[in-house]
Write a protein that binds this ligand. Structure first.
Ligand SMILES: [Zn+2]
Length: 279
């Protein structure tokens, strides 16, 4: 899954044409009150994205969140839901600014009142059944433990992976970044076999642009290479609207029926062929 945060103009100028080139759809987490800032996508840009099949979701009103009063949380979380509705968008997914707040019960309770699913950070793979995280004994994605504590992974803490942190870790060396990028993508393959997808990476980008070596900015040439890698290796790319949550089993699932249908055929093939059959 591909996601872009903070409605930066480079994401429509540089990233969007590359997404179109490869036929990829992505989710754009927009800050509702930051559509007139310098370097930000405005509502016209956002409408153009939506028209072309991109998914528009909520990233608060002003990108503030931690240590807030309930009134302020209602403004940032609930207010942004209303702000999107007023502009013609039904936002059902929320992304925490700075990946902050998903471990705070008050914040999560507020998110749960307005959204179906929320996205937080720090994991290269997101396990649809919430089993498989390090040092984590969860057996499903229930929001709370039996003693009322927040679970590490739950429907309001879908774990994602910020590509920009990988770039910083690799000191913006494109060869190293591409090697690590492919490692992250291919790490899902050992969990996905016999027609069942258990783990997927949810990648987060910020500003795709011309500058190199700038934190939270991805140089357009590198971004192009990454999208080409996804395409050439037959990875199925979907937006986050393709992620559903089953309240009976307390697990996430992938809505995209194409994935299920195509994978039916690969049961008799070796696991390695998955990448080519799910295009
Ligand atoms: Zn953000």
């Amino acid at each position: 899954m591909l996601t872009f945060d903070d409605n930066r103009i480079g994401d429509t100028t540089y990233a969007k044409p590359l997404l179109d080139k490869f036929g990829f759809k992505a989710t754009f987490f927009v800050i509702c009150n930051k559509t007139t800032d310098k370097g930000a996508m405005n509502w016209k840009d956002i409408a153009d994205m939506k028209k072309d099949g991109m998914d528009i979701e909520s990233h608060t009103m002003t990108h503030h969140q931690s240590t807030m009063s309930q009134k302020q949380l209602d403004f940032q979380i609930g207010g942004s839901k209303q702000c999107f509705a007023a502009n013609g968008y039904n936002a059902t997914i929320f992304a925490y600014p700075y990946d902050d707040g998903s471990q705070n019960k008050t914040v999560v309770d507020t998110v749960a009142r307005y959204y179906n699913i929320a996205r937080s950070g720090f994991e290269p793979l997101m396990f649809l059944d919430c089993k498989g995280y390090h040092n984590c004994t969860q057996t499903d994605c229930k929001t709370f433990t039996s003693t009322g504590k927040l679970n590490y992974a739950n429907r309001y803490t879908a774990r994602s992976f910020t590509e920009n942190l990988l770039e910083q870790g690799d000191l913006f060396n494109p060869v190293k970044i591409m090697a690590d990028f492919s490692n992250v993508l291919n790490s899902q393959l050992s969990y996905n076999s016999n027609g069942i997808i258990r783990a997927i990476p949810i990648l987060v980008y910020h500003n795709v642009g011309l500058q190199n070596g700038k934190p939270y900015s991805t140089q357009v040439g590198l971004f192009s290479q990454e999208m080409k890698y996804l395409h050439d290796n037959g990875f199925k790319v979907v937006d986050m609207a393709g992620l559903g949550y089953n309240s009976s089993t307390n697990t996430f699932y992938l809505k995209n029926s194409q994935i299920g249908t195509k994978l039916q055929f690969q049961i008799t093939f070796p696991r390695r062929s998955v990448r080519y059959l799910v295009d």
